[in-house]
Design a protein around this ligand. Sequence first.
Ligand SMILES: *Cc1c(COP(=O)(O)O)cnc(C)c1O
Length: 393
Amino acid sequence: MNFSVNEYGYYGNFGGAFIPEMLYPNVKQLQDSYIDIMEDPAFQLEFQQLLKDYVGRPTPLFFAEHLSKQWNTNIYLKREDLCHTGAHKINNTIGQVLLAKRLGKTRIIAETGAGQHGVATATVCALMGLPCVVYMGEKDMARQASNVARMKMLGATVVPVSSGSKTLKDATNEAIRDWINHAADTHYIIGSVVGPHPYPDMVARFQSVISAEIKSQLLERTGNELPTHVIACVGGGSNAAGAFYHFLNDDQVQLIAVEAAGCGIDSGKSAATTQLGTMGILHGSKSLLMQTADGQVTEPHSISAGLDYPGIGPLHAHLFESGRARFLWATDDEAMAAAMHLSKTAGIIPALESAHALHALTQLEWKPSDVVVICLSGRGDKDLDTYMKNLPS
Ligand SMILES: *Cc1c(COP(=O)(O)O)cnc(C)c1O
């Protein structure tokens, strides 16, 4: 089976580029040039140097002793939480800003929901001295005031979006409108493996550093570069795409994606796209998404802002449909319990998103010989308010 994108931007039945005509020149320019730019040795040198000196890569692959004893197997945590800014998102924003500079773009725009992608984008724009405009729904700005403050401190302009539900999808519409109006000088940074081709493939390639490092770190630790399982949470799917990337064609490696079930799959308050979604078009690509019978996107729910998204990237829809990856889910409460457990037994406070991946440990059977890698996509500092509500008094 083939898990690479084809020349039309499809993974099996999913993908493509469904865009307004006025964006065609921008998207076509990206499609025609992204591989050549990314494979240019001078580009790679600059990218790798920044990943090392600025992000702090390679991130450790940590053997979690207590968890391994508990489940009588071998559990490793890929510590993306130790990246600069506290999550994997910066791998992609660095890559896209460098690419935008190669394309001669002088201005960066992004949309953000919870603010994490906005902060990662504003961070790299500050580093590179590029003006940065971040579109954010008014409702999200109120909910995520500290990330708004971070973006402003980093020099970005945060534009409140008051249309529609005043959340991520409305911010996305405004960002697209901006891009149409400033097509010549502006690059639009998408924060996950979603959007029109080539974004899903481009973002997956930037994040693939995660699985490249897992391979070499496992080889050094165990003498075998292949684990038996790789587990990652899926919002849009970028940390999972990065963690799976170099194992996609290694059939003996089980790939496990964990979605957010919110209050429960059948509760009406969930974000488990593969369980509830159907084929449709969202943010420029054909994929699985949560929608009503007449095609209106339904409002998702998850306790973790990063997983509170009504779709998944086309690669993941293909991994689901083909059976190459197994899709599990964790509810808000289960993720909360997993976060508390890791904090107490490993001294690591994970992001709520990453806690969904940790919950998968309780859902599968483990053998003593298994080698399980869990992508710890981010750290939990940003979730402290939510954690505080759940601490015993
Ligand atoms: C944004 C985010 C996610 C979800 O995004 P993906 O594109 O699915 O990786 C997961 N974990 C953390 C810590 C995040 O910030």
